[in-house]
Structure formats: C-alpha cells, structure tokens
Write a protein that binds this ligand. Structure first.
Ligand SMILES: [Zn+2]
Length: 242
C-alpha cells in the first residue's frame, strides 16, 4: 500500500460514515404509518361511496378541495387504499372512485397483471404507509384480455416480446375457460376471462409475498378484486369481500 493510500482511505471513511449512520438511523424508523389509518372495511366503504358519486355525476367537496392540500402533502402521504388497475385510459382510479390528491396509491399496468415489480409496489405502500386495503381493478372490454384471447385462438409469431410478457401472464387464467362450452359464446367468454384474470391477480397478491401474507395475517390487510363497467361506470367488488 503506498504512502498516500492511508490518508485517502480515511478521508473516504470520514465521508461515508456519517452517511451510513444516517441510513441506519433511518432504518430504525422506515415506516410512515399513519396513526389515523382507517380499516380495510372503512376504506372499502369510502371507495364504494365515491364510485356511487361518480356514477351520479357528483364530486365530493373533499375531492374538489384536495388540490388546496397539495402543499400539506409535501411532508408525507397516507393513502387509504392501494389500487392495482389496468392502464386503460377509460378507468382512472381517482376519477371512478371520486378521490383527490393523496387518497389513493395507484399502480397501473395493462391487464392489471401481477409481476415482481408490481408486488413490490404493493408491498412498499402497505408496509410504509400502513394502508389496509388493496383493490385489483379490472374492467369490461379490457384490451389486454382481448389480445390474450386472440393470441390463444391465433398465435402470432410477430408479437413484441414485451407485449408477450403481458399476454403470458394472463394466458393461464383464461386458457381453462376456452376448454369449456364458453368457447361457443365469445361475449360471455370475454366477461368471464376478465374476472378470472382479476381473481388470479388477487390470489397472487394474497399468496407468495411474505410481507403481504404477514400483513394479512396480523395487520388487517385485505386484498379484494373488482370490475369496473365501461357501460355503467359501476365498480362491482366481487372477490374477497369479508
Ligand atoms: Zn384493460
């Protein structure tokens, strides 16, 4: 080791140690769980009431005034529900549930599929903020489901591998439906495929993540599945209700 190496190393240590100390200090208090976080049942009722307002064409004062709270939210957030929804432009969670800034932690991906980064996003919000409700939100006429049904009927060699990765995650839940009499009734097949895919995602979130399993078992976390109707604007919570 050269003569200059020791001072050089000690100057690195002097720089890094305060940073490491700050990290360790932070790790002692990594959660920002709100003391006032509502239960999963209350969160569900709040979403249902918000969707009824959306269907009736009214907005709550709380939603309308939430933009004025923007500066308050700089210090932190306490979203009362986590929504894993489809990216479809017609199904924006904040609008169909009539909620404002800071209310919902929303993760959107075509076909509301589950992949590791999406589970990680749910884990992050549930663990960090203490949010007790997770909703997988699918919808009628979902393009990702339609693409999967088309792929199963007419496999395409030219599909982008990235797009394929979405179809591959939807495929198992709809493949079994194609082996039933539903194959003769495309509309009903499509409807049931949407719901089967939502159930697959809720099951995946309930089983397979040790963090979420622990929060479900001992911290009141609830994972439910819901379908938004493009026709009526109604969100039907059909899977996992207590
Ligand atoms: Zn969709």
């Amino acid at each position: 080791m050269g003569r200059t190496a020791v001072p050089f190393l000690s100057s690195i240590a002097a720089t890094l140690l305060p940073w490491l100390n700050r990290c360790m200090e932070h790790d002692k208090h990594p959660r920002e769980v709100s003391e006032q976080m509502i239960s999963a049942q209350e969160a569900l009722e709040r979403l249902q009431a918000g969707n009824q307002r959306f269907v009736s064409g009214v907005q709550s004062l709380s939603t309308l005034s939430s933009r004025a709270r923007r500066s308050d939210l700089v210090a932190g957030q306490a979203p009362f529900a986590i929504i894993l929804g489809c990216s479809d432009s017609r199904v924006p969670a904040e609008i169909v549930f009539d909620q404002g800034l800071g209310d919902l932690f929303v993760i959107r991906v075509a076909g509301n599929i589950i992949a590791p980064s999406l589970v990680g996003s749910v884990e992050f919000a549930a663990d960090k903020f203490g949010t007790r409700l997770v909703v997988v939100l699918g919808h009628s006429h979902c393009g990702a489901i339609q693409a999967t049904l088309e792929e199963l009927e007419r496999p395409s060699a030219n599909r982008s591998p990235n797009l394929h990765s979405i179809v591959d995650r939807i495929r198992p839940s709809v493949q079994s439906l194609l082996e039933t009499e539903l194959k003769h009734n495309y509309d009903e097949l499509f409807r049931q495929a949407v719901r089967a895919n939502i159930r697959t995602s809720t099951n995946h979130l309930r089983h397979g993540s040790p963090i979420l399993e622990k929060l479900i078992a001992s911290d009141g976390l609830l994972v439910v599945g819901a379908e938004y109707s493009l026709e009526t604007g109604v969100v039907d919570f059909f899977d996992g209700l207590p």
